[in-house]
Design a protein around this ligand. Structure first.
Ligand SMILES: Cc1ncc(COP(=O)(O)O)c(C=O)c1O
Length: 383
């Protein structure tokens, strides 16, 4: 077991950070939206970045087979997935990756399925590519966020082109099981649907759950599926701009041959080399971060049980996003807005993940216990 301890950066220091989470709210607001962590980055990644900057090594990105090979070796050890590193295609970020894949595989107006509540930018990517959004929402918390396979099959049958999966799931913290993914594969095969699996949160799956990479499910999954992922979420490197598209079959590789060659060069040099370093040398740090997040997800549960017992919160199986049902608090039509105005605490509004979630907010617990506790106190202050 690794002994890297990953601690939160003190709030006063975080307030000097330049990212959107720290710039885009007044200074008296405690910000807990945006999926980035208040943690020091992994030492091997920091060392590499410092070395590149101090050597003025900041030119254009060229060939970097290290991303494919380091991701393949990480995937083998972590998930027992053997993948062909030659079929790893670098892009600027996951958003750009999904949009570029959609541009190649669809025509304006084609139907694309999502399952709400889901990461809000799925909708902006769909708008950007002029596709027609079809939504088959998950069941509620009581159903265990059940998947409505009958409605999904009916959407597939109705001329669907793409199913965009969030695997593991933001904001539900749900990891699709092997059986659930296999059902998607057989439906996709039957109805000629392509599945794009956004796996950016995958390395942050907690040890009690099994993360199954979509493309590890065999030949049929590889024929119908494309994965888009990055090291940026798990290693906290979003500002460095690098992600990648993975295919694992000749059929899908050929379809994606039409991707513009320039997508590779639109990633950043720092981001690309930091990505390779994260997958190859950042695993002890990742395990340390997961221990801290594991502690935080339970700390939040305990706090809510003590101070706000009617708030709904299922401990997530991955990542650092808590999906809080605030219905019982009667905070009006837009709880996130009320909390911002009255409690000076910022969360992502549930509505942006799906219209049925207007009474939810998403809280980012990749921070210190003091910040989590203060966030809960500020919710109480808003009542
Ligand atoms: C599911 C999911 N996909 C993609 C992203 C954004 O990735 P990128 O910044 O690489 O576009 C996020 C960010 O939170 C996310 O949760």
């Amino acid at each position: 077991m690794s002994n890297v301890e990953v601690k939160a950066i003190p709030l006063a220091k975080m307030r000097t950070h330049r990212s959107t989470k720290w710039r885009d709210f007044p200074s008296d607001v405690l910000p807990l939206p945006v999926a980035e962590m208040d943690f020091e980055i992994a030492e091997p990644v920091r060392a590499l970045l410092l070395e590149m900057v101090s050597n003025s090594d900041l030119g254009y990105l060229g060939s970097i087979p290290e991303i494919g090979t380091s991701f393949a070796s990480f995937s083998k050890k972590r998930w027992n997935w053997t993948l062909d590193p030659e079929q790893v295609h670098i892009v600027t970020d996951v958003g750009v990756g999904v949009v570029e894949v959609l541009r190649v595989l669809t025509n304006p107006g084609d139907k694309i399925l999502i399952n709400s509540p889901v990461y809000h930018n799925f909708s902006t990517w769909i708008e950007e590519t002029h596709l027609t959004k079809v939504d088959v929402p998950f069941g509620d918390a009581l159903s265990g966020w059940a998947i409505d396979f009958d409605a999904i099959e009916s959407a597939y049958r109705d001329g669907l082109k793409i199913h965009l999966l969030c695997h593991p799931h933001n904001p539900l913290g749900r990891v699709y099981s092997r059986e659930e993914l296999s059902k998607f594969v057989s439906l996709a095969k039957q109805y000629n649907v392509t599945i794009i699996s956004d796996e950016i949160h995958a390395p942050l799956t907690f040890s009690e759950s099994e993360f199954v990479p979509f493309l590890s499910l065999g030949a049929d999954a590889q024929d119908v599926g494309v994965t888009v992922t990055a090291a940026s979420k798990a290693w906290n490197l979003a500002g460095l701009k690098c992600a990648f598209i993975v295919t694992q079959s000749d059929v899908m590789r050929t379809k994606l041959n039409a991707l513009p060659e320039a997508t590779h060069y639109r990633a950043s040099l720092l981001g690309a080399f930091a990505t390779a370093a994260a997958f190859s040398d950042g695993v002890d740090w990742l395990d340390g971060a997961l221990r801290t997040l594991d502690d935080n997800r339970h700390f939040l549960k305990k706090l809510l049980a003590e101070k706000l017992p009617t708030v709904g919160y299922e401990i997530p199986a991955c990542s650092y996003l808590a999906w809080l049902d605030l219905t019982s608090l009667n905070l009006g039509e837009n709880p996130a807005q009320t909390l911002l105005e009255k409690g000076r605490v910022a969360f992502n509004p549930g509505e942006s993940f799906g219209s049925q979630s207007s009474q939810f907010v998403r809280l980012n617990f990749a921070t210190g216990h003091d910040v989590i506790e203060e966030a809960v106190n500020r919710i109480i202050k808003s009542l």
